[in-house]
Design a protein around this ligand. Structure first.
Ligand SMILES: [Zn+2]
Length: 494
């Protein structure tokens, strides 16, 4: 039975009948390979099953529709490719052509209707339209097999390297904390720019929010800058209270999982709480006693795959609602933490806001701006960014109020950004204005004098987190110099 199936598969492969299956799996494998350093292999499994099913279904359906095998195979390949890469092609095109009044969904539906019409005409047509497909069929067969096997090999290699780097949870004795030890919250708001830069660059006045924080006992650094321009390095370094020796996304994930901030807290008798950010590098914290899972139905990889497909453009709410649910849950759970058992608490929450893509307007509704976001390019739609920032401001104010009101001992809260906004270009190069924009961050601390007296106006996240760890987890030490690294992450800038 097994032998027969393998033989059948081999025959199909040799006759080029598997092209649609290869072309269905290739975009998933390719996306995985491009993001392998940030993506656990397990996160890809469901996508492979679904797209494998799609490719197989396309093969069978088109064979019913077209009795001629080569024609069926080529049309099924075209269909699969358009489906799985349609959204990506649209996003690429969208950057070059001005927005039409129809909207992406309508345009995409129109294209699909054209494709259906083409298939019906082809089926009804008599030769010569249906002759001569043999060479096309062979070319598609060779091309799709080459794409599939090369990306599959690269993916397997990356997956092998990744699993070797997974981290076991820590053991060792937990210390005993003093009865009046405060809960400590580290809230990382991704891509949140500093107030003066928001004003100069985007003409946005953030002083009401800064004032609201100050009214609640926060000290806000007027000239804070990030230590690194990108999230993996920035988060890994601040959580480990030091600069990185050899920064790379893979080493950053390991460093975040084994981070010193939580390790120190545990030794000092703290209960460790963390959140699934929905972003793969900070989605798991093996050291934590309580890790609050994100309840999105799709993981980040699946959302990216979906965004590449026609479905992502036809039904953008599929992706947005999923992400919104996950963020909403994290915000709700964060403000409810004082009610959870376990004290004192050390909490790490990475909120991927106000960083694009945009899922919230200022009132928390669904924004009109696009969800598509290109990791490599400059950020788009500053208005949508500011709306998402306004939404975050409002929620952070509530969260801070709840944390303070719900805690018997006044909690220590450090709100910091990993890096600033990025509207003036792509990270890299020597543009002083871009370096200034991207490295200017929000950094606000609420805590007793013994902590805030140690902070200076241009303090960087590494030193702020380090001061908190030293003051409350009991390891006094010297502050490090406040340094700013640019791209490559070993290059220090003034
Ligand atoms: Zn970031």
């Amino acid at each position: 039975m097994v032998k027969k199936s393998i033989l059948r598969l081999w025959t199909e492969f040799r006759s080029g009948g598997l092209s649609p299956l290869f072309l269905a799996l290739w975009p998933v494998l390719s996306l995985y390979h491009q993001n392998a350093t940030e993506c656990p292999p397990g996160a890809v499994a469901r996508s492979l099953v679904v797209f494998g099913g799609l490719g197989t279904a396309a093969i069978l359906l088109f064979r019913v529709f077209f009795t001629d095998r080569p024609i069926a195979s080529v049309q099924a390949s075209i269909f699969v490719l358009l489906f799985s890469e349609g959204g990506a092609a649209f996003n690429a095109l969208d950057r070059r052509v001005p927005d039409s009044f129809l909207g992406a969904g309508v345009e995409m539906a129109g294209l699909l209707a054209l494709l259906a019409l083409y298939l019906i005409i082809l089926r009804a047509a008599r030769p010569p339209l249906r002759r001569g497909w043999g060479p096309v069929h062979r070319a598609v067969a060779i091309g799709s097999a080459a794409l599939f096997f090369s990306t599959a090999l690269l993916g397997l290699r990356a997956a092998g390297r990744f699993s070797a780097d997974d981290v076991p949870p820590a053991d060792g004795p937990r210390g005993t904390a003093a009865p009046d030890a405060p809960d400590v919250y580290l809230i990382i708001v991704d891509g949140y720019g500093r107030a003066d830069v928001l004003k100069d660059l985007l003409d946005f006045d953030n002083t009401p929010f800064i004032g609201a924080l100050e009214k609640r006992g926060f000290w806000v650094a007027p000239r804070s800058r990030s230590n690194y321009p990108v999230t993996p390095e920035a988060v890994a370094s601040m959580l480990n209270l030091r600069y990185l020796d050899t920064p790379s996304p893979l080493s950053c994930r390991t460093l975040i999982q084994q981070n010193q901030f939580q390790t120190w807290a545990r030794k000092a008798g703290y209960q460790l709480f963390s959140f699934d950010s929905g972003w793969l590098i900070t989605s798991s914290f093996p050291l934590s006693d309580v890790h609050i899972e994100s309840r999105g139905r799709l993981n980040e990889f699946e959302r990216s795959v979906l965004d590449q497909t026609v479905l992502g453009k036809l039904f953008p709410l599929l992706i947005r609602n999923d992400q919104r649910r996950a963020v909403e849950r994290n915000l709700r759970e964060l403000q409810a933490l004082p009610r959870r058992p376990g004290r004192p608490k050390c909490v790490v929450a990475h909120l991927v806001l106000p960083h694009p893509p945009y899922f919230f307007d200022a009132a928390g509704g669904i924004p009109r701006a696009g969800t598509d976001f290109n990791l490599m390019g400059p950020w788009k739609e500053p208005g949508a960014y500011l709306d998402q920032l306004r939404f975050l401001n409002q929620r952070l104010t509530t969260i801070v109020d709840r944390l303070i009101a719900g805690s018997a001992v006044r909690p220590v809260i450090l709100i910091t950004s990993d890096h600033g906004s990025c509207f003036q270009g792509t990270v890299g190069g020597d543009d002083r204005r871009l370096i200034e924009e991207r490295t200017s961050v929000l950094l606000a601390v609420a805590g007793p004098r013994v902590l805030t007296a140690q902070l200076n106006d241009s303090i960087t996240p590494i030193n702020a987190v380090r001061r908190v760890a030293e003051t409350f987890f009991g390891k006094p030490g010297d502050p490090l110099p406040d340094k700013v690294f640019w791209e490559p992450p070993t290059r220090e800038v003034p």
